[in-house]
Ligand binder design. Structure first.
Ligand code: FCB
Length: 448
């Protein structure tokens, strides 16, 4: 692909893609409707003490019923693209075998509404809601999972591939495998070294198999994987914390993209994962893709923890670092550097598939949500992205996380990332000041 041409719209390439992102479990609700099967997150939400306030995704934003309102909100924003995920247990209630027509038909309606509004659907196959029935068979610790995923990808490709061309295999490989199989911070809530290593390798195999299926079934498909990458900084300048940071860096930033794009595991993981790697696996994993999906929030501070499975733990950022209202450190310069490093390392066009700012937003006395903190965050990060473009980073698009306030995993509904406020008592939607700001930015960037 050739580099996009610049125009006079503040320096943004004319075909730069501006979008918003969501995910199935975080917004859809209708957990028990129209034949949807349970996912590992339904299970986790029912375990006492796992999720803040005992929240669940049972209703979430009720997007399943209000998707037309949500498409209208996106049209108002002026976005060119919408990244959403398919709920695997909605279309295959047991994860494999008989498909659920009502579930498949929901995504038909959503995709058709998006296309009618002039918004391109970007379909991600997996944003963490594994069917519970597959977890009962071992989930990602079973080598069979690659085949289950390939069959599910084929179903999606056959059904939607006439209208959807942008496909992502997985969202944040490292996050859901590390949190779900090593740290018990997410579903399915396992904390076991070997389970984690198997999950890493099998998810990589599933990615490779999924890419092949999508490529063979969807004419003109444009395929990527979505990786969460951020700088890992040792909390203290000690050999222990430095070693912890180096290993977390391998897990967080390299175990998946290096395997998928360079056909190798980073050194410390390579040694540990060897027993699970069979002849020919690295070639199965490393399949040609069209773009690199980057989710980026801020750096992680790492410290040594002898009691942890891998000997690393999350440390604290220095006290004087700017933070979001939910405590995440804010370093836009590291976002710029990440975009430049990525371009050099993997040589793929980059789409920023998530970037955004969490808060505790509340309507003021006039009912308005004036989220200046989010506008400042987005302004700084979009500015950093523009600097990266100036330095030669091959960035082709940017998606804000998220369109709506939604179910933020272990934080439940208490952390809000939306451009649009959701009242979780009524499900009423109110665009925040940041929504108007983003709409204006997009309009300005498109001036020819
Ligand atoms: C990312 C997840 C997304 C959301 C944001 C805040 O790690 O992909 O679902 O939770 O963080």
């Amino acid at each position: 692909m050739s580099r996009p041409s610049k125009n006079d719209s503040g320096g943004w390439p004319a075909d730069f893609v501006w979008g918003v992102s969501t995910s199935s479990y975080q917004i859809e609700g209708a957990a028990l409707e129209d034949g949807r099967g349970p996912s590992i997150w339904d299970t986790r939400c029912r375990q006492k003490g796992r999720i803040a306030n005992g929240d669940t995704g049972d209703i979430a934003c009720d997007h399943y019923h209000r998707y037309l309102d949500d498409v209208a909100l996106m049209k108002e924003l002026g976005v060119a693209a919408y990244r959403f995920s398919l709920a695997w247990p909605r279309v295959l209630p047991l994860g494999r075998g008989a498909a659920n027509e009502a579930g498949l038909a929901f995504y038909d309606r959503l995709i058709d509404a998006l296309l009618a509004a002039g918004i391109e659907p970007w379909l991600c196959l997996y944003h963490w809601d594994l069917p519970q029935a597959l977890d009962d068979l071992g989930g990602w610790t079973s080598r069979d999972s690659a085949g289950w995923f390939a069959d599910y990808a084929a179903l999606a490709a056959r059904r939607y591939g006439d209208r959807v061309k942008r496909f992502a295999t997985f969202n944040e490989f490292s996050v859901f495998t590390l949190f779900g199989y090593a740290m018990d911070w997410g579903a399915p809530g396992v904390a076991d070294r070997d389970a984690h290593l198997k999950a890493i390798h099998h998810v990589n195999l599933a990615h490779g198999a999924g890419v092949d299926v999508l490529r063979s079934l969807v004419a003109g498909a444009s395929i990527g994987g979505i990786h969460n990458r951020q700088r890992i900084i040792p909390e203290h300048d000690t050999p222990e914390d430095k070693r912890a940071a180096a290993l977390l860096d391998e897990h967080w930033n390299r175990a998946f993209p290096d395997a998928q794009l360079l056909a190798c595991y980073p050194p410390m993981i390579a040694r540990a994962i060897e027993p699970y790697v069979q002849a020919g696996d690295m070639a199965r994993i490393c399949r040609p893709v069209d773009w690199f999906g980057l989710n980026h929030y801020g750096p992680i501070f790492a410290k040594a923890d002898a009691a942890a499975i891998w000997g690393f733990a999350w440390g604290s950022a220095p006290a004087d670092v700017p933070r979001s209202a939910i405590g995440w450190p804010i370093y836009p310069d590291l976002f710029r550097d990440e975009l430049c490093d990525l371009t050099r390392r993997y040589r793929l066009p980059i789409y920023v598939t998530e970037n955004g700012c969490g808060g505790k937003d509340k309507p003021d006395e006039r009912g308005e949500i004036v989220d200046r903190h989010r506008i400042a965050f987005l302004e700084a990060h979009i500015g950093a992205m523009r600097e990266a473009l100036g330095k030669g980073a091959d960035v082709r698009g940017y998606f804000v996380w998220s369109l709506l306030d939604n179910f933020e995993w272990s934080a439940g509904y208490s952390d809000r990332f939306g451009l649009v406020y959701v009242d979780f008592a009524t499900r009423e939607r109110t665009p925040k000041a940041s929504a108007r700001w983003y709409a204006k930015l997009i309009k300005g960037a498109q001036v020819r």
